[in-house]
Design a binder for this molecule. Structure first.
Ligand SMILES: [Zn+2]
Length: 87
């Protein structure tokens, strides 16, 4: 028997993921909460983002809802990488 709150939760997750996908599609670049430009590779079921850092190549997870990642253009990201490699 499926309970009402389970349906509500499923709809909420679907909605959150839909919004996150629209704001930051897979393959696009965003700035995560540690200030790294990241390439989005995965959206989790509740709207969390998994991405690869363009600084370190490390895979990191960021919450779209709690961290507030900022979408970046390719140009902005390349500028950040350039600045970072200078230091
Ligand atoms: Zn984060």
């Amino acid at each position: 028997m499926i309970k009402f709150w389970e349906i509500k939760y499923a709809i909420k997750c679907w909605w959150l993921r839909r919004k996150a996908r629209k704001a930051i599609p897979l393959g696009s670049i965003y700035e995560d909460c540690s200030g790294h430009p990241m390439v989005a590779i995965r959206h989790d079921f509740d709207g969390d983002l998994t991405g690869v850092s363009m600084f370190t190549g490390r895979v990191g997870c960021c919450s779209y809802w709690h961290c507030g990642p900022v979408p970046l253009t390719y140009k902005q990201a390349m500028e950040m990488v350039r600045q970072n490699s200078k230091v």
